[in-house]
Design a binder for this molecule. Structure first.
Ligand code: ZN
Length: 117
């Protein structure tokens, strides 16, 4: 992953964060309006809050980054590869043993992700 890819990833995250903020601000703005009791307003508030939660969960706080990484590796037909580390954004190198299917992985950052299964 190049520095350019990393800055794109950061820009994307910043964009998602801005979208989450805007959705929450819009939801709060609707809520404090005098007609917030209106069914359509309440539905809009719920939709905006759902959107914000969904975007945050999908892009900013994946429940378990390792699950995402293993899923990406499982879908990759190659026997090895490099993925962005979900913790430090460094290079996470993985190798699948062609004999026993065991998966080894290690982040380039000392003390970061490292597993063998
Ligand atoms: Zn790392």
């Amino acid at each position: 992953m190049s520095a350019t890819d990393l800055s794109h990833a950061e820009a994307f995250k910043a964009g998602v964060r801005a979208m989450v903020d805007m959705a929450l601000i819009a939801a709060i703005t609707l809520e404090v309006r005098a007609d917030a009791g209106d069914v359509r307003q309440r539905a809009a508030v719920a939709a905006l809050q759902g959107l914000a939660e969904g975007a945050k969960a999908a892009f900013l706080d994946p429940p378990n980054p390792l699950i995402r990484i293993f899923k990406m590796i499982a879908e990759d037909p190659a026997s090895s590869g490099v993925l962005p580390c979900p913790t430090c954004a460094g290079r996470l190198v993985w190798v699948r043993d062609s004999f026993n299917g065991h998966l080894h992985g290690q982040c380039e950052t000392a003390g970061c992700f490292r597993w063998m299964q």
